[in-house]
Design a protein around this ligand. Structure first.
Ligand code: PMP
Length: 365
């Protein structure tokens, strides 16, 4: 008798490894590796979480009624078309499970979010990537990579880890160029950080047809990553499908309560945005002064390139920062071995990481 074997493709999945939060022997860690909100969560969200946790013997409202109503009111959309998930990761996985399977292709940009490959392979589908131009998704390349087997196209807009974005016109051109039976999933996890007039998270595209979904998260601007909370805005038929494959009580009650409170606390989200608006360009400018190129990130992180020369590499910089208790994200696993991704932290944290990189650079001059 042989042991049970997983379906074909499962053993090709490289497990997702999140940014560490501890370093051995280091008491104060500065964690700038997972794009979590620099200011932490809204105090009102924390309070709502604690209050709801008192009822932890009760199952949550599986329909996430209050949260969906709050999201619908906030965005002026129909609550029936919103589905909540345990993080947007869960929603990405549910979309793959429901719409793709063995023999199908799931398409995304070369340096798209790592979860797309995991979600595709988990349901037996084949991940396919399209080359980028200047570390930005290319509509032409994505359209050229479509085959008769393409079922889903994931577009992170803006994208993690590159931080770059496509304009609303470009996303509309992408949608217009796709067969109507291909599901376009716009993953707008970082939407709230974007300050560009030509950007939209894609609600209008969802409204404009029955083949586009927008996914959002509470892990970034709302800094509730630990609570696992995300939502998808869908055409009615797709919301119906997701509700069929959704686990009955997929989001914990304290997470739902914290989500409602975080949404209501617009002042706190605005503060986080204002903070990012100041520190993101500051970090990009400081890295440029050090001769280190960055992408045009519009998110709450920078992606910075180090030279290939021995000792000056991204790996060497990563090791040097870690020795000082600063954790950033080395991008080798994303196919970007020369790059580090650094989350925008508090002002003090940002100054410390830049000073540490400056010292690292100076040791070579
Ligand atoms: N999409 C993108 C582009 C992301 O960067 C992330 C988080 N790293 C997610 C989705 C998933 O977010 P969560 O599951 O925490 O909602």
């Amino acid at each position: 008798m042989t042991a049970p074997t997983p379906r074909p493709g499962i053993m090709d999945i490289r497990p997702y490894v999140g940014g560490e939060s501890a370093l051995e022997g280091v008491s104060r860690v500065i964690k700038l590796s997972s794009n979590e909100g620099a200011l932490g969560p809204s105090p009102k969200a924390m309070e709502a979480f604690r209050a709801q946790a008192a009822d932890m013997h009760r199952y949550p409202d599986g329909g996430a009624t209050r949260l969906r109503a709050a999201l619908a009111a906030r965005w002026g959309v129909d609550a029936e078309r919103i589905v909540c998930g345990a993080g947007s990761d869960e929603l990405l996985g549910m979309l793959c499970r429901a719409y793709a399977g063995p023999g199908d292709e799931v398409l995304y940009s070369a340096h798209g979010f790592l979860m797309y490959a995991i979600a595709a392979k988990s349901c037996g589908a084949t991940p396919v990537t399209a080359p980028e131009v200047d570390l930005t998704a290319s509509v032409d390349n994505l359209l050229a990579a479509v085959t008769p087997r393409t079922k889903i196209l994931f577009l992170a807009n803006p994208n993690n880890p590159t931080g770059t974005y496509l304009s609303a016109d470009e996303v509309a051109r992408l949608r217009a160029g796709l067969r109507p039976d291909i599901l376009l999933v716009i993953d707008a996890a970082y939407a709230e950080f974007v300050s560009k007039n030509d950007y939209t998270p894609g609600i209008e595209l969802v409204d404009g047809g029955d083949n586009t979904v927008m996914c959002r998260t509470f892990s970034k601007i709302f800094a509730l990553g630990g609570l696992r909370l995300g939502w998808a805005y869908c055409p009615p038929g797709i919301a119906d499908v997701l509700n069929r494959v959704r686990n009955p009580f997929n989001v914990a009650a304290p997470s739902l309560a914290a989500g409602v409170a975080a949404l209501e606390d617009t002042a706190f989200a605005d503060l986080t945005k204002t903070h990012n608006d100041y520190w993101l360009p500051w970090m990009q400018a400081e890295l440029a002064k050090l001769g280190l190129p960055t992408t045009q990130s519009v998110c709450n992180f920078v992606l910075v390139q180090f030279p290939k020369e021995e000792g000056r590499t991204a790996q060497a910089a990563d090791a040097c920062l870690r020795a000082q208790g600063i954790i950033t994200r080395a991008m080798g696993g994303y196919g970007l071995p020369d790059w580090l991704r650094i989350t925008v932290g508090t002002g003090e944290e940002n100054q410390m990481v830049i000073a540490a990189i400056a010292a690292f650079q100076a040791s070579w001059n």
